[in-house]
Design a binder for this molecule. Structure first.
Ligand SMILES: *[C@@H]1O[C@H](CO)[C@@H](O)[C@H](O)[C@H]1NC(C)=O
Ligand SMILES: *[C@@H]1O[C@H](CO)[C@@H](O)[C@H](O)[C@H]1NC(C)=O
Ligand SMILES: *[C@@H]1O[C@H](CO)[C@@H](O)[C@H](O)[C@H]1NC(C)=O
Ligand SMILES: *[C@@H]1O[C@H](CO)[C@@H](O)[C@H](O)[C@H]1NC(C)=O
Ligand SMILES: *[C@@H]1O[C@H](CO)[C@@H](O)[C@H](O)[C@H]1NC(C)=O
Ligand SMILES: *[C@@H]1O[C@H](CO)[C@@H](O)[C@H](O)[C@H]1NC(C)=O
Length: 228
């Protein structure tokens, strides 16, 4: 830029910034998403101070990592944050690690997090999340770590989670989950440790209980060899 253009340039920049602040417009969709989330959070320790909505991308912000100028990691464990998760987080299409453990995050897990199909790790443990575990999380077919323990999650465990073949670590303990614990698919590997301290969850049974004798429908064990 020519030196003479500098003043004009600064003026234009200021004008654009002012315009952007008023209309909440920014050049980068990921900045918009994360800044919108920041405005919903209470951050007494100012860990999000570097989250400046006027930057061209969020890649220089603390607690955010990028690859090819797109967010791949959010690392905000033990940050004393309060507030909700927002549905727009599902738009961070390259996100691989969402680390928000040990905060004071409340409200529901947005079903839109099921759009984060590159996610490898979803660590929301030790917060105050409530409501159900969205079945959409079954779309996260690269997920290896799913730790939702020590929240107030309720409802049943979505069967869709059993289809995540990559799942290595599952911790749903210390919630208010109810119903049956799936035992098929990836869940065949998880022990009661993953589910403990959910008083409404029925204990796992291997194999499933036999069908009662008085049931009308014929069963293979009662009727001998079944037809093919
Ligand atoms: C987040 O903040 C926006 C604007 O400040 C507000 O309209 C919205 O209701 C908030 N969302 C939640 C989930 O708190
Ligand atoms: C967390 O924030 C609260 C204020 O909301 C403050 O009282 C407390 O000291 C903070 N805790 C830590 C560990 O920074
Ligand atoms: C946790 O968040 C709630 C609001 O959702 C707030 O009332 C409470 O003070 C927060 N607790 C701490 C320790 O920050
Ligand atoms: C994100 O998820 C929601 C709910 O699961 C869905 O309705 C929406 O179409 C998805 N958006 C994108 C961009 O995939
Ligand atoms: C999780 O909750 C259980 C049950 O309330 C508690 O025993 C355990 O210490 C909690 N875990 C952590 C790391 O605080
Ligand atoms: C496990 O069983 C449920 C039905 O109980 C089914 O919806 C789900 O797809 C099964 N998972 C796998 C990996 O086959």
């Amino acid at each position: 830029m020519e030196l003479g253009d500098m003043k004009m340039g600064s003026f234009l920049l200021l004008a654009i910034l002012a315009f952007g602040l008023v209309l909440n417009v920014s050049a980068n969709a990921e900045v918009d998403v994360l800044y919108a989330w920041k405005t919903n959070l209470t951050d007494p320790n100012n860990v999000l101070q570097s989250w400046d909505a006027t930057l061209v991308n969020p890649c220089t912000w603390f607690h955010v990592s990028c690859k090819s100028d797109s967010v791949t990691r959010i690392e905000l464990g033990v940050a004393n944050l309060s507030g909700p998760l927002i549905p727009q987080l599902g738009q961070l299409s390259n996100l691989m690690y969402l680390e928000l453990f040990d905060n004071n995050i409340s409200g529901a897990i947005p079903i839109e997090l099921g759009n984060l199909t590159k996610l490898v790790s979803l660590d929301l443990f030790l917060n105050r999340l409530s409501g159900p575990i969205p079945g959409s999380l079954g779309n996260l077919q690269r997920l290896r770590y799913l730790r939702l323990n020590n929240n107030s999650l309720s409802g049943s465990i979505p069967k869709s989670l059993t289809t995540i073949a990559t799942l290595q670590v599952l911790d749903l303990s210390s919630n208010h989950l109810t119903g049956d614990i799936p035992i098929n698919g990836s869940f065949a590997f998880f022990t009661p440790m993953s589910f403990r301290n959910n008083p409404g969850l029925k204990p796992q049974k291997f194999p499933p209980p036999p069908v009662p004798m008085f049931q009308i429908a014929p069963t293979p064990s009662a009727e001998g060899p079944s037809s093919p």
